[in-house]
Write a protein that binds this ligand. Structure first.
Ligand SMILES: *[C@@H]1O[C@H](CO)[C@@H](O)[C@H](O)[C@H]1NC(C)=O
Ligand SMILES: *[C@@H]1O[C@H](CO)[C@@H](O)[C@H](O)[C@H]1NC(C)=O
Ligand SMILES: *[C@@H]1O[C@H](CO)[C@@H](O)[C@H](O)[C@H]1NC(C)=O
Length: 593
């Protein structure tokens, strides 16, 4: 009996210890797993699940400095043509192939041949990027580079820079998708070169000309890593480009991240910044546009910021999310509209899109497009119609208002895309416009307001831009309507709140803050500032900028300038013809504020 009690006690004690132990282990394990949206449970499209060692990548939020200081140091010592991103030139004996290569590439390909494939590029990141650490555990990457007849050295420089500036254990592969190039070296010589010199890079050769969109899809189907990064075929990855792209995706797999795109100058191959970033947008003819950063973005210049649409060619997205979205709509032909399709899909179907300022990639913007595209008819219009019909709901009409013939284009079968939208419970376009692209309509109104006024502006003489060009100062002359002389005196106060020479994109611009500052002509930017004018009907003033200066003149010298507004001044009173009083009364609700 005693023994029985003893063993019973023992049993209970053991059980208790086991339970406590199990709970503890379970908790530790749980706390170490990735959050729900792990990209590491990765069974998609019938492809192999990831290797077990990848699938149990544990989260710890440990962050490390990913920068390769040894490489940064060796690179800083490199000398030679184009090194450090400095402009390079051909010597007079090297110009033999200049014209021929320029014509087939749209950039100075002869110079490219002279510049090292692994040249050093300048570190033009925001200084704060150098102090940033990123998660130690980051997903692996397949880089996909479609190309058609890309020049040999610019293509290889793209691949070389990616391999050189990516941590080897993160870069699984680089896939060059040869979209039926006709240049001989795009075939066997390329395969041989890659096999001998760049083991992680391989080329796949498409059997017919497929266009950019289908070539990207073909590359994506081959890719096996966690994250897909699409690049153009004449790009250069800059220092530590990868971790800033990957971290937001590691934190939430439904995230797409774009690098900053720098400019590789087409003539000299100089590498320089484009600007300090902006949010991607579009106007209602589907031209790609940019919106200013938001105040909170400006406060954190090294943090990724939300962007309504991507520029198109360069972005990172988890493979899982890309295929959940069905990749690109396969009904899109060649190119055009695909960046809008994917961007709308990402936002409307539960994802998000960021630009990462600390990741930079240089890109050659060609001087001209050297290849005829293989598209038939208005294939871009057809693509736009598909995107509009599937994703834009009632907003599609604003596109059709400007391009009425889209209404007559047959978009083809949309049932697969519409089913996807249904299946993923994607949000309406109105949600996108009100929450993500909320400031777009102020700059690009779906329906453009009319003008506040148009005509001569005159006290005794008329403002006359005199057929001048940009940067020239504007003066006064006798009014045409009185004298029948020649002049350019018809101005429009547009809904952008600028004064345009009628029929031109030149604006009255004042940049000088001093008294009697000159008024000059400058290309209209529609961003207020130096070009902001408000007409005060009662006082007959043209008020300039944010401060209290008014358009003023010296009729004797026929000079035009701005001065502090003064109620008693006669020279500040301007008769302005054809003012729309209804619109002036509604000033605050129209266009930019
Ligand atoms: C490998 O690269 C070297 C140096 O650029 C080049 O000379 C060689 O031809 C390449 N190998 C192949 C097989 O193309
Ligand atoms: C200025 O433009 C308006 C609107 O088009 C027109 O009605 C007017 O006649 C023009 N005035 C002159 C002087 O050309
Ligand atoms: C003035 O603007 C309003 C609102 O845009 C417009 O409906 C009206 O036709 C305009 N009036 C004139 C005379 O142009």
């Amino acid at each position: 009996m005693k023994r029985n009690i003893k063993s019973l006690l023992k049993f209970f004690l053991l059980s208790a210890v086991t339970v406590v132990f199990t709970v503890l282990v379970f908790r530790i394990f749980k706390s170490k797993q990735y959050p729900q949206h792990s990209i590491f449970d990765n069974r998609i499209n019938g492809q192999e699940p990831l290797a077990p060692e990848d699938a149990i990548l544990l989260v710890d939020n440990e962050k490390i400095d990913w920068q390769d200081y040894e490489q940064i140091k060796t690179d800083s010592l490199r000398k030679g043509p184009g090194e450090q991103g400095k402009p390079a030139f051909l010597s007079s004996s090297e110009t033999k192939n200049y014209d021929k290569l320029y014509k087939v590439n749209g950039f100075n390909a002869a110079l490219s041949d002279k510049i090292a494939l692994d040249r050093a590029v300048p570190d033009i990141r925001h200084p704060g990027c150098k102090d940033k650490k990123y998660l130690k555990n980051l997903p692996t990457v397949s880089v996909i580079v479609p190309f058609h007849n890309e020049h040999w050295t610019t293509l290889l420089r793209t691949a070389t820079s990616v391999v050189k500036r990516s941590p080897p254990h993160l870069l699984k592969e680089v896939i060059l998708v040869d979209d039926f190039s006709t240049k001989e070296f795009s075939k066997k010589p390329l395969d041989d070169y890659l096999a001998a010199n760049l083991s992680k890079v391989r080329a796949i050769h498409l059997p017919e000309r497929s266009g950019l969109i289908r070539a990207r899809l073909a590359g994506a189907r081959e890719a096996t890593a966690d994250v897909l990064i699409f690049l153009d075929s004449h790009t250069e990855a800059n220092i530590n480009w990868l971790p800033p792209l990957l971290e937001p995706i590691a934190q939430d797999y439904r995230t797409c991240v774009c690098p900053f795109i720098d400019v590789i100058q087409y003539e000299t191959f100089e590498y320089r910044a484009q600007d300090e970033g902006a949010r991607g947008a579009f106007d209602w003819e589907f031209f790609y546009k940019r919106l200013p950063l938001l105040p909170e973005d400006l406060q954190h210049p090294t943090e990724p910021f939300k962007s309504p649409v991507m520029a198109g060619g360069l972005f990172a997205i988890s493979r899982k999310f890309f295929w959940e979205l069905d990749g690109y709509d396969e009904g899109l032909d060649i190119w055009g509209g695909e960046q809008y399709e994917l961007s709308f899909k990402i936002w409307q179907c539960g994802g998000q899109m960021y630009d990462a300022p600390c990741s930079r990639v240089g890109h050659i913007y060609r001087k001209f497009a050297p290849f005829p595209n293989p598209g038939k008819g208005d294939f871009v219009g057809r693509n736009y119609r598909r995107v509009a019909e599937v994703w834009m709901d009632e907003y599609a009409q604003y596109l059709y208002m400007r391009r009425p013939h889209y209404k007559n284009i047959d978009p083809g079968d949309l049932s697969k895309q519409k089913a996807l939208r249904e299946r993923l419970h994607c949000k309406p376009f109105k949600w996108f416009m009100e929450n993500i692209a909320f400031d777009l309509p102020l700059k690009y109104p779906p329906i453009e307001p009319g003008d506040f006024g148009v005509g001569e502006a005159t006290p005794e003489l008329c403002v006359d831009s005199g057929f001048k060009e940009r940067d020239q100062v504007v003066g006064l002359s006798e009014c045409i309507s009185d004298t029948k002389k020649k002049g350019e005196q018809n101005f429009t106060l547009t809904w952008h709140k600028d004064l345009r020479v009628k029929g031109k994109s030149l604006c009255l611009d004042v940049s000088d803050p001093n008294d009697k500052a000159d008024v000059a002509l400058y290309p209209c930017h529609g961003m207020k500032g130096n070009q902001y004018w408000k007409y005060d009907v009662e006082k007959q003033w043209f008020k300039h900028g944010g401060n209290s200066r008014c358009l003023d003149c010296d009729p004797g010298q026929k000079r035009l300038y701005v001065r502090s507004c003064d109620e008693s001044s006669r020279t500040q009173k301007w008769r302005f013809e054809n003012v729309n009083l209804t619109m002036i009364a509604d000033w605050e609700n129209i266009g930019v504020q």
